[in-house]
Design a binder for this molecule. Structure first.
Ligand code: PBG
Length: 329
C-alpha cells in the first residue's frame, strides 16, 4: 500500500518549493514607521524596541535615502513632541510650523519619489495622552475631536504629505477628513484608515517611544479602540470607512489579528494593510536576543504570514532589515 497523495514531492527540492509557492514578500510590500524628534544630530534609543531610535530630521534623511534605495515605497512618521507643547486639546497637532509639517516638507523636497504617510491622532500632542478631547468626566468626545483631526489632516496635506492615516478611531472622521480635503482641492491626498484598530496591550513600546505612556498613566483607550473579542465589528468599521472615502484600510495589531485581515480582504477586496506593531517587534527582538528564536528567519516568516493572510502590505519596524534579508535569499 502507498499514500493516496504525496504532497512531499513538491517539497523535495528548493526549485519545486520556489515554483509552487503561493505568496511572496517583496520590498514593495513594506511601510517603514519611524520616530522623529526636534533638534540636530539627536538619536535616542527606544529601550523597549531594541534597534529603533528616535531621530532628528538630519539623521532621518539618510534613513529615507536607504528606503528609496531598498525599494520601500512609504515611510510613516510618528512625532516625539516636547512635553512643553502638550495641551489638553492637543493644538500643536495642527501647527503648520510644527515638527511633522516641517519633516514632511523636507522629505518630499529631498526624496519626491518616496511616499510619506502621517498619523492623524492627537495622542502625541495631548497632555493626557488620549487620542481626542475629554469632557468633564474624562470621556473622549467624538465630534469635537473630529473637528481637530480635520485641521490636523489639512495641515499635513498642506505640507505635502501623500497619505494621511487616521489612527484615532473616532466615528465619522474619514468622511469629515475626505470632505475637507476635497473642499480645499487636495484631491490626491490618499487616506489609509486605521479601520480595525483594537484596544491592544501590544502598543506599549510605541507609547514609550512617543512619550504617551507617561501621560496616559493607568488609563486606557477602550472607549474608542475596538474590543479584542470582536470580529464582525471590524467588518462594520471597514465598511463605514470605505463608504466615507478611505482609499486603503488597515488592521492593527497584526500577528494576533490575521483572522481579521483575511475576513476584511475577502469581504471588501480593497487595498488592505496590517500593522506589525511595537509590541510584536519587541517580542521577536527579545526572544532573538535571548537566543530563543532565529531573528532573521522569524522576521521573514512573520512578514510572509501577513501576505498569506491577504494583506497587500505591512507596516513594520523590520522593514529595512527585511529588505536586507530578502536580498540575501
Ligand atoms: C496613535 C497610534 C498608536 C500606534 C500607532 N498610532 C498607539 C495607540 O493607539 O496607543 C501604535 C503603533 C505601535 O504600537 O507600533 N494613535
Amino acid at each position: 500500500m502507498y499514500p493516496a497523495g504525496r504532497p512531499r514531492r513538491l517539497r523535495r527540492d528548493s526549485f519545486t518549493r520556489n515554483l509552487v509557492r503561493e505568496h511572496a514578500l517583496t520590498a514593495h510590500d513594506l511601510i517603514y514607521p519611524v520616530f522623529v524628534q526636534e533638534g540636530e544630530k539627536k538619536r535616542d534609543a527606544v529601550p523597549s524596541m531594541p534597534g529603533v531610535d528616535r531621530l532628528s530630521l538630519d539623521l532621518l534623511l539618510p534613513v529615507a535615502e536607504q528606503c528609496v534605495k531598498a525599494g520601500i515605497p512609504v515611510m510613516a512618521l510618528f512625532p516625539v513632541i516636547d512635553a512643553s507643547l502638550k495641551t489638553p486639546a492637543g493644538d500643536e497637532a495642527f501647527n503648520p510650523n510644527g515638527l511633522i509639517p516641517r519633516v514632511v516638507a523636507a522629505l518630499k523636497s529631498r526624496f519626491p519619489e518616496l511616499g510619506v504617510m502621517t498619523d492623524v491622532a492627537l495622542d502625541p500632542y495631548t497632555s493626557h495622552g488620549q487620542d481626542g478631547l475629554l469632557d468633564d468626566t474624562g470621556y473622549i468626545l467624538n465630534d469635537a475631536t473630529v473637528e481637530v483631526l480635520v485641521k490636523q489632516a489639512l495641515t499635513q496635506s498642506q505640507a505635502g504629505v501623500d497619505i494621511v492615516a487616521p489612527s484615532d478611531m473616532m466615528d465619522g472622521r474619514i468622511g469629515a477628513i475626505r470632505t475637507a480635503l476635497e473642499a480645499r482641492g487636495d484631491i490626491h491626498t490618499r487616506i489609509m484608515a486605521y479601520s480595525a484598530k483594537y484596544a491592544s496591550a501590544f502598543y506599549g513600546p510605541f507609547r514609550d517611544a512617543v512619550g504617551s505612556a507617561a501621560t496616559l498613566g493607568k488609563s486606557n483607550k477602550k472607549v474608542y479602540q475596538m474590543d479584542p473579542g470582536n470580529s464582525d465589528e471590524a467588518l462594520r468599521e471597514v465598511g463605514l470607512d470605505i463608504a466615507e472615502g478611505a482609499d486603503m484600510v488597515m488592521v492593527k495589531p497584526g500577528m494576533p489579528y490575521l483572522d481579521i485581515v483575511r475576513r476584511v480582504k475577502d469581504e471588501f477586496h480593497v487595498p488592505t494593510f496590517a500593522y506589525q506593531v511595537s509590541g510584536e517587534y519587541a517580542m521577536l527582538k527579545a526572544a532573538a536576543q535571548n537566543g530563543w528564536l532565529d531573528h532573521d528567519a522569524v522576521v521573514l516568516e512573520s512578514l510572509l504570514a501577513f501576505k498569506r493572510a491577504g494583506a497587500d502590505g505591512v507596516l513594520t519596524y523590520f522593514a529595512l532589515d527585511a529588505v536586507r534579508l530578502l536580498q540575501k535569499q
